[in-house]
Design a protein around this ligand. Sequence first.
Ligand code: ATP
Length: 483
Amino acid sequence: MSTLSAEAAWEQCLDIIQDNISYQKYKSWFEPIDPVKLEDNTLTIEVPSQFWYEWLEEHYYGMLRSTLAKVLGENGKLEYSVVLEKSDNETNNRSVRLPQRPMPPDSNQNENMSGYSEYSPGKIENPFVIPGIRKAKIDSNLNNNYVFDRYIEGDCNRLARSAAMAIAENPGSNSFNPFFIYGGTGLGKTHLIQSIGNKAKQEYGNELAVLYISSESFTNEFVQAIRNNRASEFTMFYRQIDVLIVDDIQFFSGKEKTQEEFFHIFNALHQDGKQIVLSSDRAPREIPDIEERLISRFSWGLSADLQIPEYETRYAILERKANDNGIELSPDVLEFIAHNFKSNVRDLEGAIIKLLAFASLQHVDEIEPQMAKQVLKDMIKESHTSISIEQIQNYVCDYFGIDTNKVREKTRKQEIVEARQIAMYLSKQFTDSSLKTIGLHFGGRDHSTVIHAISTVEERMQTTAKHKRMVDELYQKIEMATL
Ligand SMILES: Nc1ncnc2c1ncn2[C@@H]1O[C@H](COP(=O)(O)OP(=O)(O)OP(=O)(O)O)[C@@H](O)[C@H]1O
């Protein structure tokens, strides 16, 4: 029977432990532990959380058993008292006993006492499930506006949206793990993956630790953790997460250490049935400089892409965004925006915000289509895709039913001259090319010929209605092609 006090026994244990693991690990995992009591040759120690206990169990089981045997004899036992968080102000403790498992085969005490990096006991089943333990409070980093209700469904996102919803309702217990969502900029990846987090939290409350993080922040935090010798705490933190949402995973490209760390976290969470949600601007296989083992894991669950929204979805999104911003827009204005902002949802939002700013600064109650055109003119120009002089020549020659090569030749036939001049005029309108460059595309003519062509077209547009109509029609055709 031992006459030691709990403090003295633990002190002796710490001496042994300290000699066998790195100072950093000792400080991180053993220093914060308090001895509670020593009764019936059973030493009770208090650990800060269930996770702490599990970590010790998984990584230091062998070492603790042999240490205890040295201090208390072969039948010495260890009991953990886990601090339970009941509410923010209230805490209580619950005790669990270190199970009497056999020592790992072919290990002598010294080998066992070398800490988790050297001793790998394999997957240890944790026999203790302690009900009612709350997860440590984690700031989920979620934006409350990114919810399913505000995410308009369309053909462009139907699969991704319904999978996301299913995941949020049943995180981890579904075959979409990981859920990998990809698509171009401003198409709604962040909104959708955050909706999963918000919905899961709404469904499960504090039972579920949800974390949203950009891959850049993950990388920065990891670098900091290494710098401050806190890599194991970093890992420990991520291993507590039930729903881990990592945005813009393509930024892991070329960052080998971060990829390795993420690989281990991914494996641990996946193995424990925790949900992983990832986003990227491209499909897994297309991300450069990412380890093959990660790429293959990214493809384990479900990959879904987001497409550019079609007209009807753009219209519905605009209507919704206008509503959310307290601005009423007529169908004409909504149509105008939906027709002119095609490439992504962020631009649609930008258009609404610009109109909103205009309306409030100018004290305008209702925005007329003409007004909207004027206000959004510059944005529309920016969102145009560029068009080449050759493409303009094709449009014009198609319109006049002539062979495109003709406008580049020396011919002076009246209808060819007219088409050539209009094509030069439109090239000036739709491209940033200099007069000299435009001339070069029309059979090496000089810039004065281009100036002459432009002024001739402008003059005729003012004097001949038919000519104006022709140029306007062509202008619209080309404009449509650039949207
Ligand atoms: N289907 C949708 N319904 C409503 N709003 C949407 C939809 N898709 C995108 N949005 C909105 O468009 C904006 C841009 O979306 P988000 O930031 O999620 O895009 P992203 O794909 O993550 O872009 P990036 O790759 O540039 O980060 C957000 O304000 C989002 O709310």
